[in-house]
Structure formats: structure tokens, C-alpha cells
Design a binder for this molecule. Structure first.
Ligand SMILES: [Zn+2]
Length: 297
């Protein structure tokens, strides 16, 4: 049995004080139009959780991920302002508390929570991440599910053992938008959650699978970082593939974790990709431990 750590507690503890929840509550939610009818939502002046995506229209309103629970009221207000009514469906891209934290709040306001089977399984052990038992997904899928609403086809598909073991990404085919969830941290070292079934090789395979599904015109919404495109996803993938190869060479040469950290094989990426939550050191440790099959993050 693996030790299951409280992800949100880790996340908040690891964030720099300037963006930690207690120090700087978000006072507003900012919306950016991705294409007509689809907005990306985030904290206007601080960390409200991972990026959220709102599909509004005449038939149904769908929210992909719902941020930290403490932001639920603000988020509900903002989605009503844009969509003109309550959310019908919330889709969770994965189990972390900064993506499912307002589930219970939206369920109380009429939303059906949709997620991969493994998200529900993990939330049954820790329902507080979703705001309590009311936030548990009521509709789950193993491989894929498609929504046909507002003239859009939203293809929700599972990617195995990538960021966690319950990841989903969403492709809006008609309007050419991909919501990658935390299978992309754009311009940031990614968090690959080994303790919750994530894996570096799986993460790379998942990014390749998403790349193969999109074209140069696709708008890509990452789980963290700015809205980007196919070239942006490719550059994040290229970094990770190269970082993985650099660390693998040292693991294969028989070096231990401390020797590899001292060699600092990711130094060339430090200035562009290091951030408060996933530092260059933590990224290096994750790559080593994933290569060694160690489940601890
Ligand atoms: Zn996450």
C-alpha cells in the first residue's frame, strides 16, 4: 500500500508565500475568450487553482475543472455572469484539489460531475478534496465519452498513467480547442504525481498522443500557464524528452540520486522552466524516481 499524501496540502505548502492561499486570497476570477463560446478562467490576482475552461451556449453550460474550494463562490458568480445561468456539467481532468475543489459547491447548484473512474475511486478515500461527498463524480468513464451540445462535439478521453492515473483531456472538434489539463504545464516544469499513478514515460506518451490529434490552428489550454498552441505543446514535450534523456544517461551510468543532483543535468532549462512548486531539483528527483520505478514523488 502506498502512502497517500494530501495533495492540496503539499501544493499549498510548496507554493511561494506570495501566491499561497492564506496570504493572498483571490478577489476576482478573470475570463479570457479562447474562441467564441469558450473561455479560460483563472484567478485575476492570485492562485485560484489550475486553469478552468467554460463552454457556454443555448443548450448546456459545461465547466472543465473548478479550482480551489475556497474560490467556489467567486467562480459560480463568474460562470453565471458569462453563461447567464448555472453549470449543467463539470468535467474533472484529474483528482488534484486545485482542479476539483469546488465540485460539491457546483453539484449543490445543479451540476452533474463527470470524471474518469479512477478520480472517483481516489476521491472516495479523500472526498474533502472535492468539497465533501457531495462533490464525488456521479458519471464516470473508463476510456472516453463525447458531449454533443451547443453545436459542439466535446471528446473527453483518458490518457493512461501520465500526470496521475485518472487523467482526461478534452478536444472540442468543431472549434479546434484542446483542453490538456495537467498533462501540460506550459513553460513550467510539470508536476508528475508518481504517488497517484503518474509516470514520466506515460506523460511523454500522452503529450505525443495529444500532439497527433491537433493541427497548427488548434488553441491549447494547459492545466497551468498561458493559452498556447501546437508549437507550445511541442516545445514543452521536447524539453521533457531531452530532460528525461539527460537524467537517464546518468542513471544508466550507475549514479545515485545525490550524484545526479550534484551534476545538475537540467541546468540548461532552469531559467525558463523552474518555478516555486516544481523546482529544477524536484523535476530532477521526479525523473530519477520515475526511471527507477519508485512511487514516491
Ligand atoms: Zn494536478
Amino acid at each position: 500500500m502506498t502512502t497517500r499524501l494530501p495533495i492540496l496540502a503539499i501544493l499549498l505548502a510548496a507554493l511561494p508565500a506570495s501566491v499561497a492561499l492564506a496570504q493572498q486570497p483571490v478577489s476576482a476570477i478573470k475570463a479570457t475568450e479562447v474562441v467564441p463560446g469558450i473561455h479560460m478562467l483563472e484567478g485575476a490576482d492570485g492562485f485560484a487553482g489550475g486553469n478552468m475552461t467554460l463552454l457556454s451556449g443555448d443548450e448546456h453550460v459545461v465547466l472543465i475543472d473548478d479550482g480551489l474550494g475556497a474560490m467556489a463562490g467567486l467562480l459560480l458568480e463568474k460562470t453565471r455572469e458569462i453563461a447567464g445561468r448555472n453549470i449543467d456539467f463539470v468535467i474533472n481532468t484529474h483528482v488534484h484539489g486545485d482542479h476539483v475543489g469546488s465540485n460539491a459547491h457546483f453539484a449543490e447548484n445543479g451540476a452533474v460531475i463527470v470524471a474518469h473512474d479512477n478520480i472517483r475511486k481516489r476521491l472516495l478515500d479523500n472526498p474533502e478534496f472535492a468539497g465533501g461527498e457531495g462533490g464525488l463524480p456521479v458519471l464516470t468513464f473508463s476510456d472516453a465519452v463525447t458531449f454533443h451540445i451547443n453545436g459542439n462535439e466535446a471528446y473527453v478521453f483518458h490518457l493512461e498513467h501520465a500526470h496521475t492515473d485518472g487523467d482526461a483531456a478534452i478536444l472540442f472538434k468543431n472549434v479546434n480547442v484542446l483542453v490538456a489539463g495537467d498533462i501540460q504545464f506550459h513553460g513550467l516544469f510539470p508536476f508528475i504525481d508518481l504517488a497517484n499513478g503518474g509516470n514520466v514515460a506515460g506523460y511523454i506518451a500522452a503529450q505525443r498522443e495529444m500532439l497527433a490529434m491537433i493541427d497548427d490552428e488548434t488553441r491549447v489550454v494547459p492545466g497551468h500557464g498561458a493559452i498556447t498552441d501546437k508549437a507550445g505543446l511541442r516545445s514543452d514535450l521536447d524539453m521533457l524528452v531531452d530532460a528525461h534523456a539527460r537524467v537517464k544517461a546518468l542513471v544508466d551510468a550507475g549514479q545515485n540520486e545525490e550524484q545526479i543532483l550534484a551534476a545538475n543535468p537540467l541546468s540548461i532549462y532552469h531559467d525558463d522552466y523552474n518555478w516555486g512548486f516544481i523546482t529544477t531539483e524536484r523535476m530532477t528527483r521526479t525523473l530519477i524516481r520515475s526511471l527507477n520505478g519508485d512511487q514516491q514523488p
